[in-house]
Design a protein around this ligand. Structure first.
Ligand SMILES: [Zn+2]
Length: 86
């Protein structure tokens, strides 16, 4: 597994562009199974930290019709699969 998979995430253009949805021509986005969620102090209710999990499964999803690819081990693989759909 490439430990640097998050470097340049959508920022430096290292990933291939995500094509429009083959079903509805909507915009597709890259997704992963990571998450960010606030950590709240149980006593005071105050926000104290942000818990961040980096996902290890990636897929592309249409923002219009919800079409998705299968989960892949890297962003590049997910985008490649999406772009090669017919
Ligand atoms: Zn679509």
């Amino acid at each position: 597994m490439n430990e640097d998979k998050y470097n340049g995430w959508n920022d430096d253009g290292s990933f291939p562009p995500i094509e429009k949805c083959p079903f509805c021509s909507g915009s597709a986005k890259l997704c992963d199974n990571g998450y960010e969620r606030p950590v709240i102090d149980p006593d005071t209710g105050a926000y104290i930290d942000m818990e961040i999990s980096e996902g290890d499964t990636f897929w592309c999803e249409c923002e219009s019709c919800g079409a998705t690819t299968h989960g892949k081990g890297s962003p590049e693989a997910a985008i490649t699969e999406w772009n090669h759909r017919v």
